[in-house]
Design a protein around this ligand. Structure first.
Ligand code: SAH
Length: 229
């Protein structure tokens, strides 16, 4: 995405976030917006020490990390106590933006890299976000632990693995009726055919394929929602 697609710099980072979220149907309070702004500072600070993301421009962080995470809310309807697992959360995407926008979610963040989990724990403390579990493990291993199996209504993941692999990784965590929500960029079509087959043979079905324009960009995401029988 070139910067030419972004509004001119007289828009503040905050305005970009609030307007972008509104375009996705999400109304952010001042306190939520404040947390996102703190998130940018904290991410930039730590990115200088440990490599967390290639994206460093605040406007790009808003669009390509925050709004790109928030659009997952098109794939499920949060309710109080709803348990959501973010597989391969990295620097917190999409799990942390989802928790900021929907505090009623019970969020678990998982990453195989210790430094990422360390960052996530520090971030949550800085943002004064309580009740999020950060786990350092591989999805393959955690999915074999009985108390985790079937423990979640929603599993989200971004940029972790090819779709077929995500079905294998996500399936053990889901309750019957639970949703695996995955966002993909352009070029998803060739993968889709295989996903329909792979999901059917593993007790899942493609419930929704939703195209969502990413605000302030020319990108369109494809949100795939798979449900477990
Ligand atoms: N979801 C984030 C990070 C994507 S990069 C984002 O979209 O920005 C992929 C992340 O998954 C990395 O942080 C990596 O450490 C983690 N990861 C890779 N394989 C994993 C596995 N098998 N189990 C858990 N985490 C894994």
């Amino acid at each position: 995405m070139g910067h030419s697609t972004l509004p001119s710099p007289q828009f503040s980072t905050q305005e970009l976030l609030v307007d972008g979220a509104a375009a996705l149907g999400i109304i952010l309070t001042a306190s939520q917006t404040g947390k996102f702004i703190e998130y940018i500072d904290f991410l930039s600070h730590w990115n200088n020490k440990i490599n967390l993301t290639r994206i460093i421009d605040p406007f790009e962080i808003v669009v390509k990390h925050f709004l790109d995470s928030l659009l997952y809310l098109k794939g499920f309807a949060p309710f109080p106590g709803m348990r959501l697992l973010d597989l391969g959360s990295g620097a917190g995407f999409p799990g942390v933006p989802l928790k900021i926008a929907e505090p009623k979610l019970e969020v678990t963040l998982l990453d195989a890299r210790e430094k990422k989990v360390l960052f996530l724990r520090l971030l949550l403390r800085r943002l004064r976000i309580k009740g999020v579990s950060c786990l350092h493990d591989r999805a393959e291993k955690l999915g074999n632990i009985p108390c985790r199996q079937g423990g979640y209504q929603v599993v989200v993941t971004r940029a972790l693995a090819p779709l077929e692999k995500l079905i294998t990784l996500g399936l053990p965590f889901l309750r019957p009726g639970g949703r695996l929500v995955v966002s993909k960029g352009p070029g998803v079509e060739p993968e889709l055919d295989r996903v329909y087959k792979a999901s059917a043979s593993r007790g899942m079905q493609v419930a929704q394929v939703i195209r969502v324009p990413l605000p302030f960009s020319q990108l369109v995401r494809t949100l795939l929602v798979l449900t477990k029988h």
